[in-house]
Design a protein around this ligand. Structure first.
Ligand code: GUN
Length: 292
């Protein structure tokens, strides 16, 4: 078993981004600029957005976190997005999900200018991704593809089983793995809560991507020998063992699955770090104007 080491890959790619950002800043006369909107006080979302902002600063981007109370109206949020869309000094805009129930995430997603949609959630980016056209690719699937690429893993012709069909990870991941590209060219099965005989399906996977959001959901008896296992889970539980007061668990039972896998991502230290890289790369591309 070999580790797909998010720490190592993300550190290397971050250096590349930092260098490119410095060059671009010299040309543009300003730094690439990402704005993140956060609504409410979800502990996980606050941590993720803080990490995104910190990473922007580390690679020489400007970053702005707009934090609103959870009673902000949908109208006010949409008005803020419209204002940012018009601001030529802002390259990328993300709205952290989930949003409070009274705000329609579809309206918010479609309100963001697709040219600034560095989360790659807008239907235009999603459609262009499916057609293999220049676009912004959702950060987590993008980060996973960068990791497979870094380790030179030849995915062509392999059977990939994605567990979970979310808009953020599972669905776009299935599209990317099926595309005519390297990494890609997989035969993809997208499984979800209504899938029958899930164990049988996952056992077919040469590549298994677990993005279901349930601690230790993928067990040793669900994975075939030699599989490449990508764990997207970041399940937070309170813990007295760690300084932060939280402990993270993946969607994969690492102890049981790792001995069977040819490659596997740890949690933490795997996909989570690569998600940040996907977002930074998209923001850099937005500032460069190379996608649109
Ligand atoms: N919530 C969980 N993952 C993400 C992400 O990648 N982007 C945004 N905006 N919200 C999220």
């Amino acid at each position: 078993m070999k580790l797909l080491d998010g720490k190592e890959v993300s550190a290397k790619l971050k250096e590349d981004i930092k260098r490119e950002a410095a060059e671009l800043t010299a040309t543009l006369g300003r730094k690439p600029h990402l704005v993140a909107i956060l609504v409410g006080n979800d502990g996980g979302s606050e941590t993720y957005v803080a990490s995104k902002m910190r990473n922007c600063e580390q690679v020489g981007f400007d970053s702005t976190n707009l934090h609103y109370e959870d009673d902000i109206t949908e109208e006010a949020l949409l008005a803020k997005i419209a204002e940012i869309n018009q601001d030529e000094n802002i390259d990328g805009l993300i709205v952290q999900l989930p949003l409070p129930k009274h705000i329609d995430p579809e309206k918010v997603t479609e309100a963001i200018d697709y040219k600034k949609d560095v989360d790659g959630f807008h239907p235009i980016n999603l459609g262009r991704m499916q057609r293999n056209l220049p676009c912004f690719i959702p950060a987590t699937p993008y980060g996973i593809m960068l990791m497979l690429d870094h380790y030179g893993i030849d995915t062509a012709g392999k059977k990939a089983v994605v567990v979970g069909r979310s808009n953020i990870v599972g669905s776009p991941m299935s599209i990317l793995l099926a595309r005519n590209s390297q990494p890609g060219n997989c035969t993809v099965t997208l499984t979800h809560s209504r899938t029958k005989n899930l164990q049988e399906e996952v056992l077919q996977g040469d590549i298994v991507v677990a993005a279901i959001g349930k601690k230790n959901f993928v067990t040793g008896d669900m994975v075939k020998d030699g599989a490449i296992v990508i764990d997207v889970g970041i399940n937070r539980e309170t813990s007295t063992e760690t300084k932060s007061g939280f402990k993270l668990y993946g969607d994969v039972d690492f102890e049981a699955v790792a001995p069977k896998a040819s490659w596997i991502t740890p949690v933490p230290g795997g996909v989570g770090l690569m998600t940040i890289i996907g977002l930074l790369k998209n923001t850099l591309e937005a500032a460069k104007g190379t996608v649109y």
